[in-house]
Structures are given as structure tokens and as C-alpha cells.
Design a protein around this ligand. Structure first.
Ligand SMILES: [Zn+2]
Length: 94
């Protein structure tokens, strides 16, 4: 596993930890927001891709997502080109 992937994994795990803690705090009040649930799902999916060895590959075009983008948004599934297309098409952006 490369250093980038190790950094991504630890960033994902710590983000996951803080989201889970927030959710526990909010339990009984209004619960976690849809955005937080979505982010948790994205983080879990990214961790699964790290384990599967497919992390860092764009899920739309299959090319490399790129180091800078993975550093900025470790749970991303799209390269910047595909992300732009999805944003233009009205999809989510991250
Ligand atoms: Zn792509």
C-alpha cells in the first residue's frame, strides 16, 4: 500500500469517527442529517475500495482520480473531469 493510500485511510477513518460521534450526540434529538449519512456512506465505500484495491480509480471513466484530488477529497469516486460532468448534469458535487 502506498503512502498516499495510508494517508487516505487514516483521513477517512478519523472523518468517520467524528461523524459517528456527532451522530451519537444528535441521537434522540434530530438524528444525523441526510448529508452526514451520505458522507458516512461515501467514506465506508472509499474504505471498501481501499481494501479491494480499486481505490483511486474513477468509477465513471476508469482512469486515475489523481493524487491531489484524493488528498483534497479522500472519499471521492470521480476524477475531476467526470465530477464536472456530474455537477453539470445536476448530480452531487464534492
Ligand atoms: Zn473519470
Amino acid at each position: 500500500m502506498t503512502k498516499l493510500y495510508e494517508q487516505a485511510r487514516s483521513a477517512l477513518l478519523s472523518r468517520r469517527e467524528s461523524l459517528t460521534r456527532q451522530a451519537r450526540h444528535a441521537a434522540g434529538a434530530e438524528g444525523s442529517t441526510a448529508g452526514e449519512d451520505q458522507e458516512l456512506g461515501d467514506i465506508d465505500a472509499a474504505l471498501a475500495r481501499l481494501d479491494a484495491g480499486t481505490y483511486g480509480t474513477c468509477q465513471s471513466c476508469g482512469s486515475s482520480v489523481g493524487t491531489q484530488r484524493l488528498r483534497a477529497v479522500p472519499e471521492t469516486v470521480y476524477c475531476s473531469g467526470c465530477l464536472l460532468q456530474h455537477a453539470l448534469a445536476g448530480g452531487r458535487r464534492d
